[in-house]
Design a binder for this molecule. Structure first.
Ligand code: NAD
Length: 355
């Protein structure tokens, strides 16, 4: 018998299986009828199937359209730059959404912070257009650049190309405004360095300015360096941050730091067809297998997934239960100064779900 919602679950590597089991326990308590299709990716998949990103894992995500994954380790020298980047490009998951909000009982430097980073996920310097220093391709590129416009690149330079397109920008801008409107957000701040890179960042900014379907959402833009300085001083002045790929990667970790660390921050990668939810943190090999990882980032990723599946009540219930457990402070993992296990935290959160 199929459940009401089919979800592909990729436990992943390192602490992934531990936080995945914890999230599954909570999500099954919050919403009845989730049918889990478990598949491998990363080092676990390499050992089991000889492939870091097996086709059957991609097929399962395409069939269920929604997946939740733990972190995966990309073995160095595997030929993959990153399995996560490959997954995002393969499924065209063009929008990364990473909310960072102050949580009860977790001390931070600033007052209440409630930010959402919306990051373009497929273009920019992460597109993978790389020319190694000294390679014949880099040499051909140097000659072409000289011929085209008289650019002189040093012979020993490696080159990474930064493509940002109108089509790629339009869809992330539209996504950001729809997200802001649907979630009753006040404003969007776009970060860029258009003065230095007018053809890529400038295009991103100009294309966003042309978007007129803004509803009640205010729009401003800021040079990325200025935005970074403002964020660390007065994060409560910002709401949604809309960023090209590289700046989005960096600022989402900065925002995680503002509200108490990697073990707490959920994330979503969303495209027109598919959605993959995952915590922002990695596989944490230093604590893997000990049962002490904080499962909250994975559980909150699960709450984002429930909302995406139309289970808004279940999603809010999970978020309230996480808040209640953090506020009481009795059950918390070592990264938050406690001594509870991963499963202790999951059981405490599940207990809060039951009235
Ligand atoms: P990491 O996030 O795994 O760990 C950084 C630090 O944070 C470590 O000290 C770790 O113990 C701690 N930490 C992370 N998550 C935690 C949690 N839930 N509870 C308690 N402590 C936690 O980053 P890293 O060490 O740079 O990367 C390790 C591996 O993870 C690498 O192979 C990297 O490629 C991979 N990675 C994967 C993803 C992903 O799959 N989305 C993201 C980032 C890194």
């Amino acid at each position: 018998m199929g459940g009401r919602h089919r979800v592909t679950l990729i436990p992943g590597d390192g602490i992934g299986p531990e936080v995945a089991a914890a999230a599954r326990l909570v999500l099954d308590d919050a919403v009845a009828g989730i049918e889990w299709i478990e598949r491998d990716a990363g080092a676990t998949a390499l050992a089991e199937h000889g492939d870091l990103l097996p086709e059957e894992t991609l097929e399962a995500i395409r069939a269920s359209r929604v997946a939740i994954k733990g972190p995966i380790t990309t073995p160095v020298g595997s030929g993959f730059r990153s399995i996560n980047v490959a997954l995002r490009q393969e499924l065209d998951l063009f929008a990364a959404v990473r909310p960072a909000r102050s949580l009860p009982g977790v001390p931070t430097r600033h007052g209440p912070v409630d930010l959402v980073v919306i990051r373009e996920n497929t273009e920019d310097l992460y597109r993978g257009v790389e020319f190694a220093a000294g390679s014949p391709e880099a040499e051909a590129l140097r000659e072409e650049l000289r011929r085209l416009a008289g650019f002189e690149i040093r012979t020993d330079a490696g080159v990474t190309v930064k493509p940002i397109s109108v089509a790629g920008t339009r869809r992330i801008v539209r996504f950001a405004f729809e997200h802001a409107k649907a979630n009753h957000r006040r404003s969007i701040t776009l970060g860029h360095k258009a003065s230095i890179m007018p053809t890529s960042d400038g295009l991103f900014l100009r294309t966003a300015r042309e978007h007129t379907d803004r509803g009640d959402v205010a729009f401003q833009d800021m040079q990325i360096d200025h935005l970074t300085a403002r964020l660390v001083r007065e994060p409560d002045r910002f709401d949604v941050l809309l960023l090209p790929n590289l700046y989005g990667d960096i600022l989402s970790d900065l925002c995680a730091g503002l509200v108490g660390g990697l073990g707490l921050i959920p994330g979503a990668n969303i495209g027109w067809e598919y959605a993959v939810f995952e915590p922002v943190h990695g596989s944490a090999p230093d604590i893997a297998g000990k049962g002490i990882a904080n499962p909250i980032a994975m559980i909150l990723s699960g709450a984002m997934m429930l909302r995406h599946l139309g289970e808004g009540d279940g999603a809010s219930a999970v978020e309230r239960a996480v808040d209640a457990v953090l506020a009481s402070g009795a059950v918390r993992t070592a990264d938050l100064g406690g001594s509870s296990s991963t499963m202790d935290v999951a059981v405490a959160i599940a207990a809060e779900l039951t009235p």
